[in-house]
Ligand binder design. Sequence first.
Ligand code: NAD
Length: 388
Amino acid sequence: MIIQPKVKGFICTTAHPAGCKKNVEMQKEYVEKLGKLDGPKKVLVIGGSTGFGLASRITAAFAFDAVTINVSYEKLPTDKKTGTAGYYNTKAFDEIAKSAGLLSKSFNGDAFSNQTKEEVITYIRENLGEIDMLIYSVASPRRIDPITGETYYSVLKPLKTSYTNTTIDFMTGEMSKITLEPATPEEVEGTVKVMGGEDWELWIDALIKEKLLAEGAITIAYSYIGPELTFPIYRDGSIGKAKEHLEAKALEMNEKYKNNKLKAYVSVNKALVTQASSAIPVVPLYISVLYKIMKAKGIHEGCIEQIYRMFSDKILRENIIVDEKNRIRVDDWEMREDVQKEVIEAWGKMNQDNLEEILDLDGYRDEFYKLFGFNVQQVNYEEDIDIS
Ligand SMILES: NC(=O)c1ccc[n+]([C@@H]2O[C@H](COP(=O)([O-])OP(=O)(O)OC[C@H]3O[C@@H](n4cnc5c(N)ncnc54)[C@H](O)[C@@H]3O)[C@@H](O)[C@H]2O)c1
């Protein structure tokens, strides 16, 4: 089959197996170029098929020589339709890990369910004995509570008052004003249920109960803060409440499991083009401005650069480097005063006629296509390809 991108709104409904494989290979090569790190050796990643989770898995495997287990929720291919990018990334990762002599195991299932947890736990018990790191990198629009069976939805809305700002259709480059109505209390509760720390804790509880988490193990979940510009839709919005919950959960778990010497951290990462961030209003426009400025300063990073730096510079040292709230900050370059000052200046003067000058829209689009295995160098898109 010849596969072309089919973009609908903020997602692409096709994915290219060869492009996805190349993306994984290039991330592996990046890690190998930077060199080995003395990190955990048995690593479980929840949400490791794309974005920050995949970069975490690749870093663990190829910098730490770790055995990696991944749980993600991806669509498999059919005769007529490609699978999702995460499906091909995972397939490629397993092949590449195998040829490097590394054990890797991938589960495709709902991480929120008891059934998936039981399957993963059984695998760890029978094959690894215990694990020493859990990365929690799930981004999902919904979650079924495993106890009550109720479905919760996560929304991206401001709190209390409506919020108006400029947004962009990053495919056409058309700018417009968007007004978002505030989330209801039920919507905020739903967002916290889906994107907060409840499921992260359920994983840790289950592993500790079964004595499958090594003493002194580390667990990291990912968060975002961003600039004041996006506060109403992000940090002070419904998703911000979920991130506050996630961050509080890290502190709670450290207390709860201090006898196990658990090290639970949240790492605040940089704004990047991923499937999750493309869905947030206003944020893609902010990212396009940010990319232009950070690239000009030579400090732009993608997921793999962020995660390798998180381990090498912040975690794998005598004392983990944290902020006043015990959070790891790899958004430090994004939040630099000079960077944010330029973002605000650019935001104030951008309009439909000066987009090229102010935004890195081509860079945004290019990375968006790459998420799905398109626009990847050395891939022949004219070639018939097996989509299984
Ligand atoms: N993209 C950003 O700009 C950014 C910045 C900072 C922090 N973060 C955070 O990083 C984390 C990962 O986000 P991302 O941008 O890498 O997202 P992503 O969309 O690339 O990855 C999401 C992952 O979650 C998995 N997933 C979704 N639902 C699942 C389920 N029910 N069961 C199992 N797996 C499931 C997907 O399969 C995928 O592996 C999120 O917490 C996000 O808020 C993102």
